[in-house]
Design a protein around this ligand. Structure first.
Ligand SMILES: C[S@@+](CC[C@H](N)C(=O)[O-])C[C@H]1O[C@@H](n2cnc3c(N)ncnc32)[C@H](O)[C@@H]1O
Length: 253
């Protein structure tokens, strides 16, 4: 399948976090400055947490893989990349980028215990009504010594303001894509991961300010047809985990 480079195609109003939104936005996934642009920046930052594979045939399971935006950033690291997602239109695009697609729910993944050297759960836990179940599945899939990497939105007032009330007014976050009631309390996540044998470390992340402002400026100019392509904002660590955070940890052997 070729990359689709169309304008946003959303034609209906759906409830917050309704997965059908990803079908309506299917043409946006691989547009570098499209509605999912920030997912590209986050995918690069997530992949930076993944070391090269330690053995031939190592498996990385990408929970809620979407259209496979992680794939280019894993190139050369030596993993077989399997992606699990509910949304078939996204999985078809992931497959076109070298991801082995599995149509399924991250709360009941049809893969064997301990099959994965790495499990990635990028920007998915905050979309799942039972994130604890999804985390349990992520830990179940990991082999002893395997690595979990994730990023998600914290369950704080600040996160609701930044990601929903502000973010959804900017071109960085599609309107209605999040239901803030599902945001993931960072402390509860660490405690839950520990229960499943994974000592999770967290750090806050955010887009670098200059890069973000430049990107927004180009986007606004682009809307009137004059945008030069430019460098994508980098995701950088920040002191607070109150909004967006990454987590990583190894499953006990
Ligand atoms: C915000 S996107 C993130 C996609 C990808 N991880 C990335 O960072 O580019 C969330 C993805 O999770 C998927 N998703 C949401 N709930 C899911 C569930 N319960 N099981 C599997 N996939 C789910 C959606 O279909 C969508 O592709």
């Amino acid at each position: 399948m070729r990359d689709v480079a169309a304008a946003p195609t959303r034609s209906r109003v759906l409830p917050r976090n309704d997965p059908r939104q990803y079908d309506d936005l299917a043409g946006e996934w691989w547009r570098p400055d499209g509605a999912f642009a920030m997912l590209h920046w986050l995918a690069e930052a997530r992949a930076a947490l993944v070391p090269p594979a330690e053995r031939p045939g190592a498996l990385l399971v990408d929970l809620g893989c979407g259209a496979g935006l992680l794939a280019p950033h894993l190139a050369g690291k030596g993993y077989r990349h399997v992606g699990v997602d509910l949304t078939r239109s996204a999985l078809a695009q992931a497959a076109a980028h070298g991801v082995t697609p599995v149509n399924g729910d991250v709360t009941a993944v049809p893969l064997a215990d301990g099959c994965a050297d790495v499990v990635a759960a990028g920007e998915v836990l905050e979309h799942v009504p039972d994130w604890r179940r999804a985390l349990a599945e992520a830990c179940r899939l990991l082999r002893p010594g395997g690595l979990l990497v994730l990023d998600t939105l914290n369950d704080t007032v600040l996160s609701r303001v930044v990601a929903v009330h502000v973010g959804e007014r900017l071109p960085t976050v599609p309107r209605g894509i999040h239901d803030p009631r599902l945001f993931v309390d960072a402390r509860a996540l660490v405690a839950e991961a520990a229960r499943h044998g994974v000592a999770l470390r967290l750090r806050g992340v955010r887009p670098e300010v200059r890069g973000l402002l430049g990107w927004l400026f180009r986007r606004v100019r682009g809307a009137s047809g004059a945008a030069p392509a430019g460098r994508a904002p980098r995701i950088v660590p920040t002191r607070s985990t109150a909004v967006l955070y990454q987590g990583w940890g190894v499953r006990k052997g």
